[in-house]
Design a protein around this ligand. Structure first.
Ligand SMILES: Nc1nc2c(c(=O)[nH]1)N[C@H]1C(S)=C(S)[C@@H](COP(=O)(O)OP(=O)(O)OC[C@H]3O[C@@H](n4cnc5c(=O)[nH]c(N)nc54)[C@H](O)[C@@H]3O)O[C@H]1N2
Ligand SMILES: Nc1nc2c(c(=O)[nH]1)N[C@H]1C(S)=C(S)[C@@H](COP(=O)(O)OP(=O)(O)OC[C@H]3O[C@@H](n4cnc5c(=O)[nH]c(N)nc54)[C@H](O)[C@@H]3O)O[C@H]1N2
Ligand code: SF4
Ligand SMILES: [Mo]
Length: 700
């Protein structure tokens, strides 16, 4: 028996991007562990990935190319060979491209975050083809835009510093479930005497373990941040020197903040006046004592109409109190822009200019409005109807909003759909051709992360299962059949990985692919406290309280509050019919819709649930364990009620994202979510939803 240990990386859409050690016995991966030497992983994996071999060797893995034999959505397929699969796809794409390549749309997200399998050969292929662009904004674009207006780039506090903070505000995130290795640092800070405050409408696993939980109404975070500014300014809890040297527009900010006294804020947020005041004081006074105050802002608060502005407002707070002076102070949204990713080498946008669309760039379709867009006819504003869809690294039929429309779109008989997948997901059921892709244990990749500062290398631990192929290889083979003969379509995965980071950039000056493959990980060359001495990557070089770029983009240049599209306060008529706000944040044992088909993890989650407050349940004669129907004008789904004060009054919570086919009614929470987009970043509004809930009548 031969046993070896292979260095790998968790590929999932999670900020932690853990370093893995894979035990391989006679060509089979038998165990996946966290690397004890990697500083952020620290030998710990979440329960999902600790069971990685269960997923990789799952009996339902797709192992052969298949073509559809049943109706779209029915999920009936028959095995075919790779040649037939690739020839069929190339013939259809050529025919459509001859008419208009923009009728072809790639649809992908972060099923793998690897730069090689995620965005290299596939982007080159679609660039050369001249296909439509996809606006990949389904997750983090609203907050990313708000943060960039204010701070300049998605650069913030290093996760490895948080244990030294004295106050940590966990704002719109549930790290116990979704950012475990940050949570480990926060726990350490707690042991060292730090105070932890959670801001979340739901008493999440994290909120439960913090010293304080502020349960505001969803979509009202921007107002709470304005109230904090008001108190900080009114009570002079400011760092005047930092403000004078490193910020832009303080006087105008002050004027704006004075419009937001705690009483006004408390009313909008549905919390007590003292909660606003005490939060601001805890933040300002701790900073005033020269101690580190840190904010971990996450995604929960971005998925509403004003999600971009909410993050922008919060991003003003650290500069007001000088929190950036400390390595352990400041704020973390995402670390993405710390990485000098070499997108030009990976994705080769130059192929576009050489392609059929030399005169202008192809149109862009937003991934969150795929429901409507698949149902749109050709028009001068929209361009051609979408005739072909190539889906990889994503499961849109389960994860995209307004799912009835999405399923209708995917059900179009005249749409040609190719899906590259590990499993027969809800989306795969609609494929004309279904192609088996390799998992992270079977291919090479290189990773950046959005939650720590290490470049990461993934070695292939085992040979591909069955006839599965890496995404890169599938697009390479398709490129050959399409007649694309640029040398970049011949590059190996290792050759692509070796170009991932720009060595001319001082942060990645030591990047060497061969060495990284050996070692597994390497920290970027960056200072501990990014903005201790200012140097914000904005046009003014300062933290922009007043932002001219926002004004140019038609936005309020100062922090503001934008009410949700759907809330009792902003839309009382709608709330008469659908009085409850619904959010559907991640379940701990799933990763978006990944892992829902792994039995051990699914059985831990049980079945789709809806948490609701006793007051809301009593009014509807609903008890824990009842089947309830959640509905609005867009659609409905059923779940089992859990009556609990974890959900604040007026709020229902359906942890997600279930595969529809595992639910009793074949539906999930996205039946009721809408395709409306956020104030900035063209992002979705998954948590900006009003619903009604009723007990499901059981027909005997
Ligand atoms: N286990 C697990 N981990 C994951 C994922 C997963 O599906 N499962 N998904 C990954 C992905 S893609 C992402 S984007 C991240 C998400 O990471 P997080 O943003 O940390 O997501 P959640 O863990 O759902 O935390 C969101 C919290 O925000 C709260 N919330 C909802 N609306 C509001 C609001 O208006 N204001 C405030 N203040 N809070 C609100 C929710 O109740 C929830 O507790 O996690 C990643 N990690
Ligand atoms: N209601 C509701 N909806 C949501 C959210 C929510 O909180 N509530 N969250 C939203 C967010 S934050 C996000 S990021 C999106 C996530 O949406 P998606 O990015 O679609 O994420 P997953 O559902 O995990 O689907 C990823 C798929 O990629 C496949 N995959 C993984 N690796 C590979 C590979 O190497 N090759 C190929 N070909 N396939 C691979 C997996 O098997 C999996 O089926 O969902 C969004 N939808
Ligand atoms: S999902 Fe996140 S916490 Fe779990 S192993 Fe992957 S990177 Fe680590
Ligand atoms: Mo996400």
């Amino acid at each position: 028996m031969t046993t070896s240990t292979v260095r790998a990386v968790c590929p999932h859409d999670c900020p932690d991007t853990c370093a893995l050690l894979v035990t391989v016995q006679d060509g089979i991966a038998t165990e996946v562990r966290g690397d004890p030497d990697h500083p952020t992983t620290a030998g710990v994996l979440c329960t999902k990935v600790a069971r990685y071999t269960e997923r990789t060797y799952h009996k339902d893995r797709l192992l052969y190319p298949m073509k559809r034999v049943g109706k779209k959505g029915e999920g009936k397929f028959t095995r075919i060979g790779w040649d037939e699969a690739l020839d069929t796809i190339a013939a259809r794409l050529k025919a459509i491209a001859a008419h208009d390549p923009e009728a072809i749309l790639p649809y992908s997200y972060a099923g793998t975050m690897g730069l090689v399998q995620g965005e290299s050969m596939s982007s080159r292929f679609f660039h050369k083809l001249g296909a439509s662009f996809l606006d990949r904004t389904i997750c983090s674009a609203a907050g990313g835009a708000g943060y960039k207006y204010t701070i300049g780039a998605r650069i913030g506090t290093d996760v490895e510093q948080f244990q030294n903070a004295r106050l940590i505000v966990i704002w719109g995130g549930n790290p116990v479930a979704s950012n475990l290795h940050f949570w480990m640092r926060a726990q350490e800070a707690k042991r060292r005497g730090a105070k932890l405050i959670a801001i979340d409408p739901y008493r999440s696993l994290t909120a439960e373990k913090c010293h304080q939980h502020i349960a505001l109404l969803p979509g009202t975070d921007a107002a709470l941040a304005l109230g904090m500014m008001h108190v900080l300014i009114a009570e002079n809890l400011l760092d005047d020197d930092y403000i004078a040297r490193h910020t832009h527009g303080f006087d105008r900010l002050k004027e704006r903040a004075m419009e937001w006294p705690p009483q006004r804020v408390a009313e909008i947020c549905g919390i007590a006046v003292e909660e606003v005041e005490q939060l601001a004081r805890a933040y300002g006074e701790t900073a005033g004592r020269g101690e580190a105050v840190a904010i971990r802002v996450n995604y929960g608060l971005q998925r509403v109409r004003g999600g971009g502005m909410a993050v922008r407002n919060i991003a003003c707070l650290p500069a007001l109190v000088g929190a950036w002076r400390h390595a352990a102070g400041g704020m973390q949204l995402s670390a993405s822009d710390t990485f000098p990713k070499n997108s030009n080498a990976l994705q080769r946008p130059d192929l576009l200019r050489a392609g059929t669309h030399a005169a202008r760039m192809p149109r862009t379709v937003n991934m969150s409005t795929i429901g409507d867009d698949l149902l749109r006819a050709a028009s001068p504003e929209f361009g051609p109807r979408i005739d072909a869809l190539i889906v990889y690294n994503s499961n849109p039929v389960a994860v995209a909003p307004d799912s009835t429309k999405v399923a209708q779109g995917f059900g179009r008989e005249d749409l040609f759909t190719v899906v590259l997948e590990h499993f027969q997901t809800d989306t795969a059921d609609y494929a004309d051709i279904l192609l088996p892709a390799t998992t992270q244990l079977e291919h090479v990749d290189v990773h950046m992360t959005y939650g720590h500062l290490y470049m990461m290398a993934n070695n292939a631990a085992v040979a591909p299962l069955g006839e599965a192929r890496p995404n890169t290889e599938i697009f390479r083979l398709l490129a050959t059949r399409m007649g694309f003969d640029d040398p970049c379509f011949k590059e190996s995965d290792d050759a692509i990985a070796a170009q991932a980071f720009s060595r001319e950039d001082v942060r990645a000056i030591h990047f060497d692919w061969d060495a990284l493959k050996q070692k597994g990980w390497q920290k970027l060359n960056v200072p501990d406290a990014p903005f201790a001495n200012g140097g914000f990557p904005t046009p003014s070089g300062k933290c922009e309280f007043y932002c001219e770029r926002m004004q140019a983009d038609g936005l309020d240049p100062l922090p503001a509050y934008i009410a949700p599209y759907e809330s009792p306060a902003s839309n009382p008529e709608l709330a008469e019919r659908y009085p409850l706000a619904m959010i559907s944040p991640p379940a701990r044992n799933f990763l978006n819709s990944t892992f829902v088909n792994v039995e051990s993890l699914r059985s831990t989650e049980g079945e789709p649930h809806l948490d609701m407050h006793p007051a809301d349940a009593d009014k509807r004669r609903i008890k824990s364990g009842d089947q309830v129907r959640i509905y609005n004008a867009r659609g409905s789904f059923v779940a089992k009620a859990r009556v609990t004060d974890k959900a604040r009054p007026g709020l229902v919570v359906g942890l997600s994202i279930w595969w529809k086919k595992f639910a009793s009614d074949g539906k999930n929470a996205n039946e009721v979510t809408s395709q409306r987009l956020t104030d900035m970043g063209h992002a979705p509004t998954f948590y900006d939803v009003l619903v009604q809930v009723e007990k499901e009548e059981v027909n005997i």
